[in-house]
Each structure stands twice: as structure tokens, then as C-alpha cells.
Design a protein around this ligand. Sequence first.
Ligand code: RP5
Length: 162
Amino acid sequence: MGKPNVGIIMGSQSDWATMKHAADILDELGVAYETKIVSAHRTPDRLWDYGKTAADRGLKVIIAGAGGAAHLPGMMASKTRVPVVGVPVQTKALAGVDSLYSIVQMPKGFPVATMAIGEAGAANAGLMAAGILATGDEALAKRLDDWRAALSASIPEDPQDD
Ligand code: RP5
């Protein structure tokens, strides 16, 4: 699919089941991406290298998911001007509220576009990345419009019994 312009990064292998929902959306929309495990706490040097090279490698958006003390999205935003979309991964202990609060409250100057907790947030991160890229890509804009129209068309007007 060509050179990736979206990076999907996550703090742990255990985040992949959530972050896969971002990848699935990008697959549906024909957006090239790469995936990497980059932990703010366990592999800080990897985080640093990824952030330092992201723009020069052609990444246009970084989707970063983490759970608990979820410092990855914010630290990545501090290291690169590439827009970072943060996904709070749902945790067992605190249901992902810990992840959300860790990601959303960035100080002025280093924003993270924070999504909802869990799978819906990851899917929306994929859509957000596609929307950003679509501002400069007419073909992708058309695919995204079609995707949105298909979703709307799939919603019935009348509720049914289960
Ligand atoms: C975070 O700690 C990761 O993003 C993950 O959500 C959480 C738990 O990681 P594991 O102990 O499952 O590797 O850094």
C-alpha cells in the first residue's frame, strides 16, 4: 500500500486487541500505516527515537494507545510536531479512567487529540487520522465520505425486538 504515513504505536502487546480497531479502519479506507510497540516506561529510548524520526520518515499522524499510567501519547507529542491522536486503553483496575486522565490533561503547548476509552476510541482514532489525511487527498476524502454514508445508511429508523 506504499509508504506508511500513519504510525500506530502502543505501550504493550496487551494493547493490540484494542489498537487493532484503528488498524482495521485504516485497512478499510486504504490508508498505509505501520504498527510498533513503544513503551514510555519500558522502552523510553525507543520512544525517543520514534519521535525524533517521525516527521522525517513521512509520518503525518501518530495514533498512540496506552493504559494505566498512560504517558506514551503525551511524551510522543512532546517529541514530535506530528499530530498525536491518543487512545486510552481500558484497564481492569480502573476501567480506563486512569488511562483517559493520563492522556487528556496535557499542558498548553503539547496537545494530544484524545479519543474515547477502548475499542470505539481506537476506531475513531483511525477515522480521525483518515480525516486529517483526507484534507490533502481527494481520493481518500471520497472513500471516507462513502464510509460515513454507508454507516449512516446501515442505521434502521425503527427499533426491533432482539
Ligand atoms: C501500559 O501498561 C500499556 O500501555 C498497557 O496498557 C499497560 C499494561 O501493560 P502490560 O503489563 O499488559 O504489558 O504501559
